[in-house]
Design a protein around this ligand. Structure first.
Ligand SMILES: CC(C)(COP(=O)(O)OP(=O)(O)OC[C@H]1O[C@@H](n2cnc3c(N)ncnc32)[C@H](O)[C@@H]1OP(=O)(O)O)[C@@H](O)C(=O)NCCC(=O)NCCS
Length: 244
């Protein structure tokens, strides 16, 4: 049997470790495609989670866990997939996002193993799980900053949280901590954020963390069969230092 590097299966940029055999990977993805019943999906999920445990440890060892007054922010693990699915399937949550609602737990698992973990390996603090200290086993959202341009030292802030937790100041609290982590630990001079003009709550989060409105790019994105105006906000390292 040929061995397959986990990165070939997960689409990550950097290698290291083995995910399983090529045959096992193929068989699993075939079964997942076929699986319709919740029980089958959950069984496959458990298998995938076990196989990904080693990847998880390797991928997250250098990124810290952050704490705020009410929250823990930490890298996602494959075992968080069901929590992510709980809110990512909600069309209200993805109403103004550029990603589509997750159709099943496999979508959420792929978000962790194919999007998040490769970024963690490159020390990128995105997406971190948002967890209430009062309920430490459950991920209720994500927040993080990814690189727009390393040479220009510019990152972008992104976030989402489950609907029952809207309007409690949680994403502003989480974003504040991520901005602080980035300005203190990474070579970043500017952190920007953008949202569809209709997403008033998102604009407000940006204002609450000290970002300044820079302007609106008219019809900047074609998504879901229409053009959207995008609001841009940003904060510079010097302004962050003054604020703190
Ligand atoms: C946008 C989102 C992240 C905000 O998270 P949150 O934890 O509710 O944010 P906060 O509570 O820190 O702040 C929200 C602010 O927006 C305000 N707000 C909420 N809905 C609003 C609306 N329709 N119009 C104007 N302001 C609104 C709130 O009053 C609050 O401001 P305040 O504290 O001054 O009263 C959350 O609603 C969400 O996850 N939405 C779905 C995903 C998403 O859109 N992500 C952003 C993509 S750019």
């Amino acid at each position: 049997m040929s061995r397959i590097r986990k990165t070939e299966h997960a689409g990550a940029k950097n290698g290291g470790g083995y995910w399983g055999t090529r045959e096992e990977a193929k068989a699993l993805s075939k079964k997942l495609r076929r699986a319709t019943g919740k029980k089958i999906v959950q069984k496959e999920l458990k298998t995938t989670v076990a196989k990904n445990r080693r990847l998880s440890t390797q991928a997250t060892f250098t990124l810290p866990q952050l704490e705020t007054e009410r929250l823990i922010l930490r890298p996602l693990r494959p075992t968080d997939a069901e929590n992510i699915f709980e809110y990512a399937k909600n069309p209200n949550v993805s109403l103004f996002t550029l990603w589509e609602p997750h159709k099943n737990v496999t979508d959420s698992l792929k978000f962790i193993t194919e999007y998040a973990q490769p970024l963690y390996k490159e020390q990128v603090p995105e997406p971190f799980g948002i967890i209430l200290k009062s309920n430490p086993k459950k991920v209720i959202g994500t927040v993080g900053c990814f690189w727009v341009s390393k040479p220009s030292q510019t990152m972008e802030l992104a976030y989402a949280i489950d609907e029952p937790f809207w309007g409690k100041g949680l994403v502003a609290e989480a974003s504040d901590a991520i901005l602080g982590y980035c300005f203190k630990n990474l070579k970043v001079n500017r952190i920007q954020s953008r949202c569809k003009a209709e997403n008033k709550a998102s604009s407000r989060v940006m204002e609450k963390v000290g970002m300044k409105y820079e302007g609106t790019l008219k019809s900047a994105i074609f998504h879901r069969n229409r053009f959207w105006d995008m609001h841009y906000y940003a904060i510079l390292k010097a302004d962050w230092a003054q604020k703190s």
